[in-house]
Design a protein around this ligand. Structure first.
Ligand code: AMP
Ligand code: GLY
Length: 431
């Protein structure tokens, strides 16, 4: 069948890499894609949020399956758009309905959902302009640090961990009164800080059953030793040593099953990925956030470790046989390191020539996934903050990380930066 994949990052390059390995994938189209996805299919220059253009692309290219990478089209209701249109209804859509995508699209919705289903998460309260003064009083009496979250999508920037009440009050006003994040911040969730180690867990669900498809630890800070500002993610490792059977059992019993059962009992239509952003606090899992999509760069380690045919899994999700599928994982470890443009996560330049790509990707155990790249006159140039995600396999995490570092040392572009310490806390144990 012909498949259309929406998005343009490293996540989409990894999904494309995985899907073209399936015997069920005839032609792959990616909208808009990047210089890497162009090797696996046809890039279509259209926005993932332009539903009429996507509809036309599906009709023109006999598309039978739509896979959605980023969150915006999910929250905007791409699933419902397809299911309502008689000429698109036959297409398998890997996405939640708009109502279910509120798990990511509204922090207040997701907190209430977790409360209804007794899913462990940080205690919280929500405020709008109507009860601004009550919000300020709540902040003044809150323990520190305190976490403030813009309710809606804010391109990953809507969460602030404030170390003082003054800072929290300022952030609160910026969000609600000054509308720093526009409408997304007209409602603010204030919650307690959870101290522990973060891990991202991924499932594929048909809204009733689910299959675990992997997990990863993401390194979010720009600087080595987890310092400096937050980014979209500077690297990932998988599997994570503390994700043992005992912890995974707790994650499934206390979090994943109640979530999927909750979706089912509330008739929230869901056919896609759920990304559980978890905190491991002294061996107990808590939900920090839900996302309705795969993570980036988590996908760049999760897909290489998943041996099961992904397109077959999507088909099973659609036809009610997901529960009967057998998921097989590679036994090795995997690491990805993200190379970013100078200045990221602040402002950065685009259009820098990237050299060394062929040499870096020539090793057996290394895959160079493109994130922010584009083709320009037979060359590849930078086109975003996160430029490449270099993934390697290894017998240990340290081995995988070392292989990705060595591959990145062969690549260069002006201003290129990457963290050399991805997976640092798991090194000694395995060396
Ligand atoms: P989010 O956009 O919800 O993923 O939040 C971004 C990041 O903020 C998370 O990945 C965590 O590192 C951090 N964070 C969010 N909520 C909390 C919390 N309640 N306690 C500690 N850290 C948090
Ligand atoms: N790496 C975190 C995310 O995709 O949201």
């Amino acid at each position: 069948m012909n498949i259309l994949l929406l998005g343009s990052g490293g996540r989409e390059h990894a999904l494309a890499w995985k899907m073209v390995q399936s015997q069920h994938c005839d032609e792959l189209f990616i909208a808009p894609g990047n210089a890497g996805t162009a090797h696996f299919g046809t890039n279509l220059q259209l926005s993932p949020n332009d539903f009429p253009a996507i509809r036309q692309a599906c009709m023109d290219n006999n598309i039978r399956m739509l896979v959605v990478g980023p969150e915006e089209p999910l929250v905007l209701g791409i699933y419902d758009f397809f299911k309502k249109d008689p000429s698109l209804q036959h297409i398998v859509v890997v996405a939640p309905s708009a109502a279910a995508a509120q798990l990511e699209g509204s922090k207040a919705f997701s907190k209430k959902f977790m409360q209804r289903h007794q899913i462990p998460t940080a205690s919280y309260a929500e405020f709008t302009e109507q009860n601004l003064e009550a919000g300020k009083a709540y902040i003044r009496s809150h323990s520190l640090p305190v976490v403030l979250k813009a309710d809606g999508l804010a391109a990953g920037k809507g969460v602030v961990i404030a170390g003082s009440h003054e800072e929290a009050l300022q952030v609160f006003e910026d969000m609600i009164v000054k509308r720093q994040f526009g409408e997304a911040g007209s409602r603010v969730v204030i919650e307690s800080f959870l101290k522990g180690i973060e891990v991202s867990v991924f499932v594929l669900t048909d809204g009733e059953h689910y299959q675990l498809i992997g997990h990863a630890k993401d390194y979010k800070r720009i600087g080595e030793g987890d310092t400096g500002p937050n980014t979209g993610g500077m690297g990932c490792v998988s599997p994570v040593p503390f994700m043992d059977e005992t912890f995974m059992r707790k994650v499934e019993e206390k979090i994943i099953r109640p979530t999927v059962n909750g979706l089912h009992s509330e008739q929230l239509d869901y056919h896609g990925f759920i990304f559980f952003g978890l905190m491991n606090m002294d061996g107990e899992p808590y939900v920090i956030e839900y996302n309705c999509r795969m993570g980036d760069p988590e996908t760049e380690v999760v897909m290489p470790l998943l041996q099961t045919d992904l397109v077959a899994l999507f088909a099973a999700m659609d036809n009610g046989t997901l529960v009967d599928t057998n998921i097989v994982f590679d036994e090795r470890s995997c690491a990805t390191i993200v190379a970013v443009s100078g200045g990221y996560p602040g402002s950065y330049r685009k259009g820098m020539l990237i050299s060394g790509l062929t040499d870096a990707g020539s090793g057996d155990g290394t895959i160079v996934f493109h994130a922010g790249t584009r083709e320009a006159d037979d060359e590849v140039v930078t086109n975003g903050g996160r430029v490449l995600a270099v993934t390697s396999y290894g017998n240990t995490i340290s081995e995988a990380v070392a292989a990705s570092r060595a591959a990145l040392d062969k690549i260069s572009f002006e201003g290129m930066y990457f963290r050399r310490d991805i997976g640092y806390e798991f090194g000694d144990r395995e060396a």
